[in-house]
Design a protein around this ligand. Structure first.
Ligand SMILES: Cc1cc2nc3c(=O)[nH]c(=O)nc-3n(C[C@H](O)[C@H](O)[C@H](O)COP(=O)(O)OP(=O)(O)OC[C@H]3O[C@@H](n4cnc5c(N)ncnc54)[C@H](O)[C@@H]3O)c2cc1C
Length: 370
């Protein structure tokens, strides 16, 4: 048996897990069916919690050197100012950092390569079964060959359609909002502050805007015509990436079954409002590495600890983000009134405002390891 743990998925969660394991002296193998890393970015922000966790790996310093601190959120109604929330006081050392997921993944992969670990691409997890001594894994290569390998433990960090999760017979349980959310990354001439997250509320939905690297902006929202709702004076140029997604709030019943654990989108999904998905995956990875390193020394019960600790935290985050999302997208007049009232109170009540900011920056819970 190969005695190195196997990680399925070289997205941010899988890369971070391998890096955190390496920090604990454990070498792992990562496989990913994608021939190369994704060039487009879903996530746009690294939160202070992830920067804390990654600090000892050296990745935080690199992220800070490349990223752009986000210092406030500006909320408007059809671009007429409603509220401005300063987020510079949320963490004593680290900002909420604007940095694309593609660059975040590249920096994680670079740090991992420096530790001698490179994902094996063109190879995906196709199935697994557990024995008392380990996990038998079928890997499928891009030319259709199935390879059998055995690992002492496996992390399924293989995204929303996780093959590892399917092999465990687990579902992402929850619900999906009906409306599609269009997304555009585009060139934009605008006077908007690039250090602010911009949210503009409308009776029929919202538009969210954030500056990206290279003079581009992300525009997304839950109305079909978000590009017709740009702020006055802004001129849209070339669209470099266009997509649409649906928002789900879903979670698995269990994040650890025997010697197989799940992390990141393989285990939980929620709306991008709050910028938590990738960051929560990095947190899962941190806790997994601590528990897996102990399990590899013989204390297998630590994998159950991982499942218990992370299920509790992730479940709460999914519920909280769902609540905020339902309030923000406010489809009924009553919810819209509540949205306005909640915002007015949050801006005037410093304790409530800080609670909101800590939720939005990933600091609403501790990262427990036992
Ligand atoms: C519009 C949008 C905006 C977002 N903004 C933010 C944000 O600002 N901040 C934030 O934190 N999050 C954000 N998110 C969420 C974030 O993008 C995801 O939560 C994050 O990508 C999850 O990382 P992951 O590594 O768990 O999964 P993924 O990124 O999906 O990576 C999974 C990897 O597994 C691989 N894989 C697939 N099948 C297999 C297999 N059979 N075997 C092995 N590998 C496999 C895939 O090729 C992929 O590389 C956003 C999401 C959306 C849609």
């Amino acid at each position: 048996m190969d005695d190195t743990p196997l990680i399925a998925g070289a997205g941010p969660t899988g890369l971070a897990a391998a890096l955190f394991l390496a920090e604990r002296g454990v070498t792992s193998r990562i496989v990913d069916p994608a021939a190369e890393p994704s060039k487009t970015s879903k996530a746009l922000a690294v939160n202070p919690r992830s920067l804390e966790l990654l600090e000892s790996t050296g990745v935080t310093a690199r992220m800070l050197a490349e990223g752009r601190p986000l210092i406030r959120a500006r909320v408007t109604e059809a671009w007429k100012p409603l509220a401005e929330i300063d987020i510079t006081d949320v963490h004593p050392r680290f900002p909420m950092l604007g940095l694309s997921q593609a660059r975040s993944e590249a920096l994680l992969a670079e740090a991992l390569a420096e530790r001698g670990i490179t994902p094996r691409r063109g190879v995906g997890l196709a199935g697994l079964s557990q024995t008392p001594a380990g996990v038998e894994v079928d890997l499928s290569t891009s030319d259709g060959v199935i390879e059998r390998t055995v690992a002492p433990l496996v992390l399924g960090a293989d995204g929303a359609h996780s093959a590892a999760r399917h092999a465990l017979g687990l579902e992402l349980e929850g619900s999906t909002l009906p409306e599609p959310w269009p997304l555009y990354d585009l060139e934009l001439e605008t006077g908007l502050d690039p250090h602010a997250a911009q949210i503009s509320l409308y009776p029929d939905g919202l538009v969210f805007m954030l500056a990206l690297e290279g003079g581009l902006w992300r525009v997304m929202g839950n109305m079909p015509d978000v590009l017709d709702r740009l702020p006055p004076g802004s001129v849209a140029g070339r669209i470099v990436w266009e997509s649409r997604f649906k928002i789900s709030h879903r979670m698995v019943r269990s994040m650890a079954e025997g010697r197989v654990c799940l992390a990141g989108d393989a285990a939980h999904l929620h709306s991008p409002i709050g910028a938590r998905g990738m960051n929560l995956g990095i947190e899962d990875a941190y806790a997994f590495a601590a528990c897996a390193a102990d399990a590899l020394k013989g204390n297998l019960a630590r994998l159950r600890d991982y499942g218990r600790l992370r299920h509790h935290v992730d479940h709460q985050v999914v519920r909280r983000v769902e609540l905020i999302t339902r309030l923000v997208r406010a489809r009924s007049p009553a919810l819209r009134m509540l949205r306005r009232f909640g915002l007015a109170v949050a801006v005037r009540a410093p304790t409530l405002a800080m609670q909101f900011k800590r939720t939005a920056t990933g600091l609403d819970h501790d990262v427990a390891l036992s």
